[in-house]
Design a protein around this ligand. Structure first.
Ligand SMILES: *Cc1c(COP(=O)(O)O)cnc(C)c1O
Length: 454
């Protein structure tokens, strides 16, 4: 029998992360301060350690992974690459479908790939406490775990709707020693102001970011950590695609299509960028490669947003970044793929889309759960609702192969398991989930508040 699970040895964990910046067609647009001038490292230094800032601005193609980080990666890496043979059979497709399974990490998703190095570099810089925001609880639990690995205190601002809907993620964070608060909270200026306006405010990732940044900016012993969007997070996540390339090498295959769910874009970048490196280097295998970022129709930043400078958070604390955005005060509805509810997107992913080097598509909620359930019933793994977006697209591409008769090789990022999202599946099974496309007028209204620069 042909192997369906392609394993690597611990010694195969990559020694360097891949940075796509030197392979871009143009240098990235710099982050700007509120005055419209390029943000200085000093401005950002209030909330990030030097090593992270260096990575954020780096144009080096390869950046060494510290030994201490690789040792923690070994707890779950290399992650498996699996051929979804039973799903292929159920679909009757000639396509070969592979998934890279990131749900094997302690927190159950790809997010510890960046949480661990972020905690490490902060520890090295003498920082004692970390703040962060979390939506679905995935990033918060990852940084809670990573902080514990390096003896750092962690305070998490958790989007209120998730805090109420996901008590188990909150308990995971507490088990790893973190302090968790519903956001908006009374602990910050931002939170107090919003609660005074509306005590039932459900929160959003943007608001929670504002709270975590405000606290980190106000305390010298405290830094902020972000689970997606920024260049250094994208860099750390490249470990996913770098491993996948080694795994494909081992079986003598190369993907035609690489698919990932896309919230802030880090895991999509993580799986896709190392393959795009091959295309940039002129590698013959990679010339027809398609990379597809899949987002929810209810939060369609890449497919319906504007490529413009905007704040990373709701109240304008962060530098301005050039990205596809729905406007920083865009308030996404309480959909069940909480990790995909963000108004913007990684500037690097945005730039590649702007240059036509990757594709983006938006899918409806019900169709993603349908694909996720089919996946669970064929491959056994219960996927996170975010990951179901990639599964939907992979299934659709495989069905297109059935029509065209082409035996394409499809790779998707199974970014996490759904063990803490069973209430979302419950709502799906009981018919309570609905499709939702964000109304064009509402998008236009929040885009009207984009900061004016240049
Ligand atoms: C956070 C999360 C995502 C989306 O975040 P990106 O930064 O776009 O990768 C996708 N899947 C899972 C399971 C997540 O936890």
């Amino acid at each position: 029998m042909e192997a369906t699970r392609i394993q690597l040895d611990a010694s195969d964990i990559p020694t360097h992360w891949y940075n796509i910046v030197p392979d871009l067609p143009a240098p990235p647009a710099p982050p700007l301060g509120a005055d419209g001038r390029p943000a200085t490292p000093a401005q950002m230094g209030a909330i990030f350690p030097g090593a992270i800032l260096e990575q954020e601005m780096s144009a080096a193609r390869w950046i060494e992974i510290p030994q201490e980080v690789r040792e923690i990666y070994r707890l779950w890496r290399p992650s498996p690459l699996v051929r979804a043979v039973r799903l292929e059979q159920a679909l009757g497709t000639p396509a070969k479908i592979f998934f890279k399974y990131e749900g094997v990490s302690p927190a159950g998703s790809h997010k510890p790939n960046s949480a661990v190095p972020q905690a490490y570099y902060n520890k090295l810089a003498g920082i004692k406490r970390l703040t962060t925001e979390t939506g679905a609880g995935q990033w918060g639990s990852s940084i809670a775990f990573a902080g514990q690995m390096f003896g750092l205190e962690v305070r998490v601002y958790m989007v209120k709707v998730s805090y109420d809907q996901k008590p188990y993620r909150r308990l995971m964070m507490q088990t790893w020693g973190a302090e968790v608060h519903a956001s908006p909270s009374p602990l910050t200026e931002t939170g107090r102001k919003l609660l005074a306006e509306d005590s039932d405010n459900e929160g959003s990732l943007g608001i929670a970011i504002s709270e975590a940044v405000e606290e980190a900016a106000g305390r010298a012993d405290t830094n902020y950590t972000l689970g997606s969007v920024l260049n250094h997070v994208v860099l750390h996540q490249s470990i996913i695609g770098l491993e996948a390339k080694k795994q494909f090498d081992k079986i003598g295959l190369y993907p035609d299509i690489v698919i990932g769910p896309c919230g802030g874009g880090s895991s999509f970048a993580g799986i896709a960028f190392p393959f795009l490196a091959d295309r940039a280097a002129g590698d013959a295998h990679a010339q027809n490669l398609r990379c597809i970022a899949v987002e929810p129709a209810s939060c369609p930043s890449l497919t319906r947003g504007q490529y413009a400078y905007d704040f990373g958070d709701a109240s304008g604390f962060t530098p301005l970044m050039k990205m596809y955005t729905l406007g920083h005060d865009f308030m996404p509805p309480g959909i069940h793929a909480g990790g995909l509810r963000y108004h913007g997107d990684s500037p690097l992913v945005s730039q590649l889309l702007h240059h036509g080097l990757i594709e983006a598509t938006a899918v409806q909620q019900l169709a993603t759960f349908e694909a996720g359930v089919q996946f669970a019933r064929t491959e056994g793994i219960i996927p996170a609702p975010e990951s179901c977006h990639a599964i939907r697209q992979a299934v659709d591409e495989a069905l297109a192969c059935k029509v065209s008769g082409e035996p394409k090789t499809i790779l998707f990022n199974l970014t996490g398991h759904g063990h803490f999202d069973m209430s979302s599946f419950e709502r799906y099974f009981s018919g309570k989930l609905e499709n939702y496309a964000y109304p064009a007028e509402a998008i236009a209204a929040s885009l009207a508040h984009l900061p004016r620069v240049g």
